[in-house]
Design a protein around this ligand. Structure first.
Ligand code: GLY
Length: 369
């Protein structure tokens, strides 16, 4: 099996070595690919939350191959992302995704001092979104002042890193308060997690759950489940409190019970039977989170589930030579809104597939740490 994973990693490096130049020539941050082209994000230009995955993938491939092309391509986009500090109003809690995998990866892998400065700038922006009523605010619309979302569990990794790099516990302290609120308000009895909870921004009291990118209110959007799984595993790694590990294990139990026979992942675990709507990004993220759990607990069973997910992706949904610039097919951004992509290649699917393979091959540079 490891040979298969090594071969898949070589395949990713080869395809991206051929196709990433098209993004550099166009001067864009790719969001998805179709018909031999890279396509930018559908909303918010270079401030869209997914911009960090392209440089993150380039850093993974640089770490794998040592090919300077990937380092330079990562830095090209890192510059576009740090230019977005000036726009500020469009940035939200996803500064974690955007800057940990760009500046954070650069500083970690090369020791670049400006990248480290930019990482701390981003961490300060994220910490500035903290509401002392108990949560990190997700988005910027005035009517969403009290919204927090499960995805933010991943963004907390930027705060753990900032505390480690500066010796200042404030960043980590804010992350712990947000993680505690998420544990209390998002984790359901059956091990699934809500996507969006609205709080009273003055008191922190829970107001209501909102339907998000899944099928309906109260269902189980699979990518949200994957964010929760990996996010709580990382919380345990960095904050060392067993309650986060218990949460990650509970979410993992529910996620693995819903892995399909073919190893692919439905967009929502409670979507109507017979409705073929997949989100392979969720499977790729979960394959990373499950391996993190295996490493934290020493329980290899979690790794077997991760392999099942990765094998499903490689067997059925990897486009090595076809008409797309990217690789993973059948990625779906949102159940009911096809504007950001349905059953297509989306770059962060490729990012997490590469990270899952790097972990399986013992080569992961641990960009979330
Ligand atoms: N963070 C938004 C998403 O997963 O689509």
């Amino acid at each position: 099996m490891p040979d298969r994973y090594e071969e898949a990693l070589r395949g990713i490096a080869e395809k991206y070595r051929r196709t990433a130049e098209k993004a550099a020539e166009a001067g864009i941050i790719p969001y998805r690919s179709a018909e031999g082209k890279w396509i930018t994000s559908p909303y918010d230009g270079n401030s869209w939350w997914t911009g960090g995955f392209w440089p993150g993938l380039m850093w993974q491939l640089w770490h794998l191959t040592g090919d300077g092309f990937f380092r330079e391509e990562a830095r090209r986009v890192e510059k576009l992302l740090t230019d977005e500090f000036r726009s500020f109003r469009k940035l939200n809690h996803d500064t974690g995704f955007m800057y940990l995998l760009s500046c954070g990866a650069d500083a970690k892998l090369t020791g670049d001092e400006q990248a480290e400065t930019d990482l701390l700038h981003a961490a300060s922006l994220l910490m500035g979104r903290f509401n002392p009523a108990g949560f990190i605010r997700a988005w910027n619309e005035p009517e969403r002042t009290g919204y927090a979302i499960i995805d933010c569990m991943m963004n907390l990794a930027l705060l753990y890193r900032a505390s480690r790099d500066t010796g200042d516990p404030r960043f980590r302290g804010v992350a712990a308060v947000h993680a505690d609120t998420t544990l209390k308000e998002f984790l359901r009895e059956d091990g699934s997690v809500s996507h969006i909870i609205e709080f009273d921004p003055e008191t922190g009291k829970r107001i209501r759950e909102h339907a998000g990118q899944g099928y309906a209110l109260g269902t189980q959007w699979s990518r949200g489940q994957a964010w929760g799984l990996y996010g709580f595993a990382l919380a345990y790694r960095h904050l060392k409190d067993g309650k986060y590990l218990q949460a990650a294990l509970k979410i993992a139990g529910n996620f693995t019970a819903h892995i399909r026979e073919d190893g692919l992942t439905d967009c929502d675990f409670l979507q109507p039977a017979g409705e073929e709507r997949l989100d392979n990004i969720a499977g790729a993220i979960a394959a990373c989170g499950l391996q993190e759990l295996a490493a934290l607990t020493g329980e290899e069973a979690w790794k077997r589930h991760a392999e099942k997910l990765v094998n499903g992706l490689l067997d059925r949904c990897a486009d090595w030579g076809g008409d797309r610039c990217g690789i993973l097919t059948h990625c779906t951004a949102s159940y009911h809104d096809d504007g950001a992509g349905r059953h297509t290649n989306i770059v962060y699917g490729d990012y997490f597939l590469a990270e899952a393979l790097m972990k399986l091959c013992g080569k992961d540079p641990e960009l979330w740490s």
